[in-house]
Design a protein around this ligand. Structure first.
Ligand code: ZN
Length: 72
């Protein structure tokens, strides 16, 4: 990998982990059960798609030039 700005090969990969971890409270659990019953179990699909109470965490890799500091 070569830097776009200065052409240096001194590129370092930096991993960025970001995201929100949601904790489902007691009230939300009751609402969830209620909605599950009301929608005849359709609502149960939603946390399966969203990954439950774990939240969405995304990891991206940034390449930064050690010569000039430009993000690749
Ligand atoms: Zn550079």
């Amino acid at each position: 990998m070569i830097c776009k700005k200065c052409g240096s090969q001194n590129i370092q990969a930096i991993a960025n982990t970001h995201g929100k971890i949601k904790k489902r409270g007691c009230l939300m659990t009751l609402v969830h059960i209620f909605l599950t019953i009301m929608t005849l179990g359709l609502w149960i699909i939603v946390p399966l798609i969203r990954g439950g109470s774990k939240g969405k965490i995304t990891t991206t890799t940034d390449f930064i030039c050690m010569n000039c500091g430009t993000k690749q």
